[in-house]
Design a protein around this ligand. Sequence first.
Ligand code: 3HC
Length: 677
Amino acid sequence: MTASPIRTERHDDILVIISDNPPVNALGAAVRQGIEAAIKDGVADASVAAMVIRCDGRTFFAGADITEFTKPPVSPLLPELVDMIEASTKPVVAAIHGTALGGGCEVTLGCHYRIAVPSAKIGTPEVKLGLLPGAGGTQRLPRVAGVRVALELTAKGDPIPAKKAHEAGLIDRIAGEDSLVADALAFANEIKDIRPIPRASEKAVTADPDAVEAFRKENARRFRGFEAPAANIACIEKAASGATFADGIAFERQEFMRLMMGVQSAAQRHIFFAERQASKIDDVPADTALRPIRRVGVIGAGTMGGGIAMNFLTAGIPVTIVEMQADALERGTGTIRKNYEATAAKGRMKPEQVDAAMAALTPTLAFDDLAECDLIIEAVYEEMSVKKDIFTRLDAIAKPGAILASNTSYLDIDEIAAVTSRPQDVVGMHFFSPANVMKLLEVVRGAKTAGDVLATVMDVAKKIRKVAVVAGVTYGFIGNRMLMPRQVEATKLLLEGATPEQIDRVHVGFGMPMGPFQMADLAGVDIGWHRDPSRIENIRDALAAENRWGQKTKAGFYDYDEKRTPSNSARVAEIIDQFRAKEGVTPREIGDDEIVARTLYTMVNEGALILEEGKAQRASDIDVVWIYGYGWPVYRGGPMFWAQTEGLKKVVAGLEQYGFPVARSLKEAAATGGQIR
Ligand code: 3HC
């Protein structure tokens, strides 16, 4: 029999119940059973006056054990455990450090008193898994912290620091950062004789009549497409509308089960694990010794280089940034400062943090200054000859063991590595624009990239709060390679009879932040254009030739007013008509299903090819790329997960209907009912 993760200690008449279930003290069956037994003992033992629940390791309970969700339930269920803690005839104190999340927060609400260290965070992030706090949280939170705080915590899912939780009444007392155990014992001694014992379920909800409706309105945009926020709000509304605790709990249970059985929660839970899995490299051991990264070099102070530099500066890692011309260097440095100041103006950074970040930046015109850097990232424009020249020069000056990275979004890392005498130190680090904001980092593994280089880059990515995914060398890597068939088909559909508005509407309706043509207008219709207005080979060329370069020229696939509000363009409709006439195409009615098949199924097909070729480690990595790099709706779980929910047979049939060659692995998975691998 394995030892229980729960042990107890006696401190005079206080029984301390301690969980030790690394890494995050998830509330798995053994933990629940151990706590239940300990509470029973404490209640039965006449020499115990009060109890304290605390955790060893890096955090208080971080929630229910998500891996159990797909397994048969084991008693006591979390709601039962929370109820029995609350029903204890002796007071129970929760002593919180790290993060008390989800079920962990609900355990604290079952406890009669809560004490936390200042660095602790408390919250109910279930909504991010497409769920709601299903162990009484939606009914106890509004009773303890009020309707507004309960709405914020449950429907948005962001945890709050101990101080804020204290102000909201969610925490009764703040402990010393290093004296939680002693302070919790002292607290338990103070309250042990107080009767009646304060129980959250017995409190009345303070009326706040307009809060729920106002919250719904304020956040309608943020919650677009998601099912779980509305369910969380409905549960809080139930409590706020005077329902008894028992009725509220019954409603919470019903909504929890509904969400749990739904596709959205499955998708969001898939992404939770996919994101963590992505950081693992199949053939590089987790304990690989890392190269120290004390200073980072960035070549190019343009939009990309500047954004890349900011990631490291924000994380406290000094950066040397190199440009060729003084004015470009000055402009780049100025933009970095402006961006930081804008963040500070929004209250998301303190002025002294801005100063600290800027002080860690060394702008220079001397390429040789990169010699002291441990990781050097090239972020100049996409031209193989330029990249080769830079890597040749880097090879000559970089210190031994320095990691040499390119931010290329398409080009062959092996070809770049080949110009150096150290291809094992060369790797791709493909950031997404704006690089200081977007979470995704594609780490491109060359044929000769060393394991410790990959492991180090994955570790650095975590430090700068990116979600990193390993990709192989292939044109456009994972994300941009899959974007290509989508763009090609979207343009063909225009020619055949669809409008930009229709295609964008289908994509936005699907949950993408914008459609292909809205994206083209934002990025620039002229990107990759041959710049010869007399050469019109496709509709994009025709737009570019008329200076319709997108938002920046106030005209692209849409017209834009001064505030960049788009409207449908009569001129674009004419241009498309002219082009159709020139090509001899008679436009036909295009159905939304055809748009889905040709612009989304084709992406899935490309993803399957990428897997077959070994350019991605696993299907879930592809999902992570699309969620964090391109705004694929997380409630659809990424393209590969979505294809499974859509039905692979349907996807294959759709591809075949429109004449696309279907990837072998996709066909096989559809035929066997298996997963795409
Ligand atoms: N259940 C099972 N495993 C979990 C888990 C959970 N609730 N939370 C984290 N883990 C696992 C991770 O998968 C990871 O496993 P791996 O090492 O094998 O990849 C490991 O614990 C460490 O996690 P992180 O890499 O995320 O560690 P961090 O230190 O970066 O973050 C954390 C710690 C903030 C606690 C973060 O893990 C987190 O946000 N966890 C999820 C919290 C959550 O969503 N709780 C609600 C659960 S649902 C619930 O409680 C339902 C209830 O209302 C009925």
